[in-house]
Write a new protein. Structure first.
Length: 195
């Protein structure tokens, strides 16, 4: 019978290096795919992948693995944090020259517009959206529909009413109850969606 992740972690923490090799082999493809999907650069993904396993090793040796979730979810959370840390550090170190041409009357600020979200913000937004999609599954179907149309598709209440053959008042009511229910689900499960 295949040893569980918990068994392998316990073995590794008592000095069995082979247990870590099995664990790494078990999840390396899944973890690498997750990282590559986030950053779309194979070389950089390899670096983050290596750093993630180095951090996992340190944390396991220090006994800082908690049994709350599956090992792979824990590993992905570490990778996600490393990606965010990298982009945060890179943003701090980016220096842009004020002038971009020999002709001093041009400024780089005339040519570039800061994107509304940097990659770190995009990753955080993406994570929040994924978490929100999971939570929405707990709502009644009619509330799921209006929430998706309003907040994911960006439709107005009038457009939602037309699309669902409901009155505007019914649409407003459903969105309101959906938001109340979402808040309740988040409070009951200690879920915090923050930037």
């Amino acid at each position: 019978m295949k040893p569980t992740d918990s068994n392998l972690i316990a073995l590794y923490q008592t000095g069995n290096e082979e247990a870590l090799s099995i664990l790494i082999h078990r999840y390396q493809s899944d973890l690498f795919t997750f990282i590559l999907y986030k950053i779309k650069d194979e070389d950089f993904a390899n670096d983050i992948f290596q750093d993630t396993f180095m951090k996992i090793i340190v944390m396991l040796k220090e006994g800082r693995y908690n049994e709350e979730g599956k090992f792979i979810l824990w590993a992905k959370r570490i990778a996600q944090n490393l990606i965010i840390d990298h982009f945060r550090a890179k943003a701090k170190n980016t220096k842009v020259s004020e002038t971009t041409f020999d002709n001093e009357e041009y400024s780089i600020f005339d040519l570039i517009r800061e994107p509304s979200e940097n990659i770190e913000d995009q990753l955080v937004s993406q994570q929040i959206q994924q978490d929100l999609i999971k939570i929405i599954q707990f709502l009644p179907e009619n509330q799921q529909e209006v929430i998706k149309l309003r907040f994911f598709d960006g439709l107005s209440f009038k457009e939602i009413a037309e699309q669902t053959n409901l009155s505007i008042n019914t649409t407003l009511g459903r969105v309101r109850y959906a938001l109340i229910n979402l808040r309740k689900i988040m409070e009951e499960n200690n879920i915090i969606l923050t930037r």
